[in-house]
Design a protein around this ligand. Structure first.
Ligand SMILES: CC(C)(COP(=O)(O)OP(=O)(O)OC[C@H]1O[C@@H](n2cnc3c(N)ncnc32)[C@H](O)[C@@H]1OP(=O)(O)O)[C@@H](O)C(=O)NCCC(=O)NCCS
Length: 168
């Protein structure tokens, strides 16, 4: 897979990516860092700035578009400088795969890549959060060595959140 930051001229492929989710009645776009509610140019600037100098309260992070054969497959958020309180709330890594490309191993490959980036950046472990009932995501995390370390229903209307640690 090819991983890179978004550019100004990616607007159309990202609109198509979001539309595919809406066509499947999925309202949220995982790991998009607010793309649906943003002006596209402002969003690209924010993502590029966050990769280079960071964002207040978040540190530097990488939001990568993930391609296979020139097709946008998914989004990958690697938040390798998050403060501990945010790590414990949202986790260090987020990802989403477009509906038509699921169950082909892409998210597993993306998470493995994110783990290698975090290791390169000097981290020795990461924490990942996901809902207990999100069985595909739980499967992806476990395939990459995730060990359940916490569970709670403090966030989002009683849906149980799980937190998995992966040592690097
Ligand atoms: C979660 C998500 C990223 C997984 O992407 P993906 O590319 O399909 O993941 P992979 O193909 O690498 O692996 C999926 C695994 O889930 C398993 N799976 C799929 N549906 C399942 C189900 N209903 N119950 C149990 N396991 C399931 C698959 O069998 C596969 O595991 P396996 O390889 O051991 O067989 C994708 O479903 C998605 O984008 N969902 C919406 C956004 C989201 O939930 N993001 C994560 C937030 S924490």
């Amino acid at each position: 897979m090819l991983y890179r930051l978004p550019k100004m001229n990616d607007k159309r492929i990202l609109q198509e990516y979001m539309q595919e989710h809406y066509d499947k009645e999925e309202t949220g776009i995982s790991a998009s860092h607010g793309l649906p509610a943003s002006e596209y140019a402002d969003w690209v600037e924010k993502i590029q700035r966050s990769a280079s100098v960071g964002e207040e309260g978040w540190g530097r992070y990488l939001l990568y578009l993930c391609f296979e054969n020139d097709k946008l497959i998914g989004l990958l958020s690697i938040r390798y400088e998050l403060p501990q309180n945010l790590t414990e709330e949202i986790g260090d890594i987020g990802y989403g795969v477009r509906p038509s490309e699921r169950n082909k191993g892409y998210a597993t490959a993306m998470l493995r890549y994110a783990l290698s980036v975090c290791k390169e950046k000097g981290k020795d472990k990461v924490l990942l959060g996901c809902y207990k009932d999100n069985l595909p995501s739980v499967a992806v995390i476990k395939k990459c060595g995730g060990v359940l370390v916490a569970e709670n229903d403090n966030y989002n209307e009683g849906r149980i959140s799980q937190y998995y640690e992966i040592k690097l």
